[in-house]
Design a protein around this ligand. Structure first.
Ligand code: FES
Length: 142
């Protein structure tokens, strides 16, 4: 057994232990150690700011935590005020992470989101490749 296999075995043991102990938040956090840079652009394509995504918060909340203004009104996927276009890494953006939108949104031919309501959208760790860093680019509609 080489060193990499040894550490994989240890890691698997920890995952199984934490699952048994119902500590799934830790596992999710571990998955989220993969970096998602989020770049927000305004409607004129000017880069507003960028930040690193964290688990358990919608995109509008994350942006607000980093001082980026994405307008939010209903906060429930109804009004469309928080609409953003997804320009890069559409497949790691989860358009219904926190609720189902009550308005039609555009998708590409692979059903990846081209538009998201940031008050209910998040990121999808199931779509991550091994240890690749991602830079999701979003453009505010308003
Ligand atoms: S704030 Fe209304 S849909 Fe997001």
């Amino acid at each position: 057994m080489n060193l990499v296999s040894f550490f994989r075995l240890i890691f698997l043991g920890i995952i199984i232990y934490l699952n048994v102990c119902n500590e799934s938040d830790f596992i999710f956090y571990y998955i989220w150690n993969m970096v998602i840079n989020v770049i927000i652009k305004d409607p004129k394509w000017t880069e507003v700011w960028q930040f690193i995504a964290e688990n358990g918060k919608n995109i509008a909340e994350l942006a607000a935590m980093h001082g980026i203004d994405i307008p939010v009104s209903c906060g429930a996927g109804v009004c469309g005020v928080c609409l953003c276009k997804v320009e890069e890494w559409k497949d790691v953006v989860k358009w219904d992470a926190f609720n189902s939108p009550l308005m039609p949104l555009k998708n590409d031919e692979d059903w990846n989101p081209e538009e998201v309501l940031t008050c209910i959208a998040g990121f999808n760790p199931e779509k991550f490749d091994d240890w690749q860093d991602y830079t999701v680019v979003l453009q505010r509609a308003y």
